[in-house]
Design a protein around this ligand. Structure first.
Ligand SMILES: Cc1ncc(COP(=O)(O)O)c(C=O)c1O
Length: 430
């Protein structure tokens, strides 16, 4: 280690890899390579996770059963397609701290948010307001705006946003709670990113839920950047609804099946209005087709399913959730905190650096991701980093997002990335 700066040597990083109590599962993933055949430093699990080796077998199982059995695969496949979503019932619930009746894998994320807002944004009288965070992911903004418009409400008038104030990079819990209190009984629904897509900040979900409930509002979260990243207790935190994709930290492939959570107290309430379809109907009467024209919701989150599930898009999730179960979310989180803390320390040990990290330092306020704001031409800076074999992503105007993920990234990669940043945007010589 360089004692003047605190920058580690590569041997220090290798030592950390060798002794970490939660070993990497890197050899169970395919790591993309650079043009010269060397493995990339893949820090983009916050956007699209890597492919577990076992994913292909699960997909091939379905393709083969389909070839062999045609329609009979619905009931006769090795994992029957009719009930394929059941495979994820326990694992999905474990992953987000929910009861089995509260979690179902269906659709994609924005679609799930739409389905859930139909049920959990029900403006009435003067209770019409909606609170979101700023910046929210654009799809969430469009989704919420369209819900207001569909109900004849002006989004500019009824959506309240809460974001960082002054020169801060992140919002404070206090500011969110104050906005909720201020909206009081005009507030219908709060929906925020449990982990902010831009800064990687983890919000205090239980405190927000409690504040929202105090004023009689529904509280839900977009958990795209939270699922598989941080441990959650959605049931105990009393969250009303949530949704997430599984192509990020859950490594299930582009456009993979998404997840939805509805708290038990709503999931078992058959009177809540919802967008219905045959897959949300009681399976005993589902195939009576034209003989049944009354929707009988399954008394669980399953009743929010409208269509029969896209099993090919679900198959890779089996490989991924098996890994999460094998290693355990708490163990992965402990490794994740060590990796991300090490990466931050290394980045902050670079002399004369022309960047700053905007992700909060407190362990409870961040997950895998660090967001780095670069001085000067950030877009060019990002291309320079990419050309050195790093896969990360860039969000205009100035943010590079990097996410060492505990399943397949290493301390050595964190060290290497910091050195590359130090050479490109700091005082390290090449
Ligand atoms: C925070 C967040 N919300 C929503 C979405 C949209 O997801 P989808 O295209 O699966 O609907 C994304 C996609 O990356 C996201 O990061």
């Amino acid at each position: 280690m360089n004692h003047a700066t605190g920058l580690a040597d590569v041997s220090d990083a290798r030592h950390l890899d060798a002794v970490d109590p939660v070993p990497s599962q890197r050899d169970r993933f395919t790591i993309p390579t650079r043009a010269d055949g060397a493995p990339s430093i893949y820090f983009c699990g916050n956007s699209l996770g890597l492919q577990p080796l076992a994913a292909a077998d699960h997909v091939e199982e379905i393709l083969e059963d389909w070839r062999r059995m045609g329609v009979d695969g619905h009931r006769g496949a090795r994992t029957p397609w009719y009930s394929y979503h059941e495979v994820f019932r326990e694992q999905g619930a474990r992953l987000v701290g929910a009861r089995p009746c509260e979690v179902v894998m269906m659709n994609s994320l924005t679609v799930n948010l739409h389905m859930l807002l139909t049920s959990f944004y029900r403006p009435e009288g003067t209770r019409t307001k909606f609170i979101m965070e700023r910046p929210a992911f654009p799809s969430d903004i469009y989704c919420v705006q369209s819900h207001l418009q569909a109900r004849g409400l002006d989004p500019d008038e009824h959506i309240i946003t809460v974001g960082p104030s002054g020169s801060s990079d992140c919002v404070t819990t206090n500011d969110i709670l104050e906005a909720i209190d201020a909206a009081g009984d005009t507030l219908a629904t709060v929906m925020m990113g449990g982990v902010n897509f831009l800064t990687g900040q983890v919000l205090d979900m239980p405190a927000i839920a409690e504040a929202g409930h105090r004023v009689g509002a529904m509280v839900g979260f977009d958990l795209a950047h939270a699922a598989g990243n941080i441990p959650m207790q959605l049931h105990d935190w009393n969250i009303d609804f949530g949704a997430w994709c599984s192509y990020k930290y859950l490594n299930s492939g582009p456009g993979a099946i998404a997840g939805a959570f509805v708290h038990e107290r709503h999931a078992t309430n058959l009177d809540i209005p919802r967008l219905a379809g045959w897959w949300g109907n009681d399976p005993d009467t589902r195939f009576r087709m034209h003989l049944e024209d009354r929707f009988i919701p399954v008394p669980s989150v399953d009743s929010w399913q409208a269509s029969n599930p896209p099993v090919l898009a679900m198959a890779p999730l089996r490989a991924s959730l098996d890994l999460f179960d094998e290693v355990g979310m708490e163990a992965l989180r402990s490794r994740s905190l060590r990796l991300t803390t090490f990466l931050r320390e290394q980045l902050e040990a670079i002399p004369d650096r022309r960047y700053r990290i905007t992700t909060p330092v407190a362990p409870e306020a961040h997950g895998c991701q660090l967001s780095i704001v670069v001085d000067g031409d950030a877009q060019q800076a990002f291309h320079d980093i990419e050309s050195m074999g790093v896969v990360a992503d860039f969000r205009p105007p100035d943010t590079i997002r990097v996410a060492p993920t505990p399943l397949y990234n290493t301390f050595e990669e964190c060290h290497r990335f910091a050195v590359l940043m130090g050479q490109a945007f700091g005082g390290l010589s090449t």
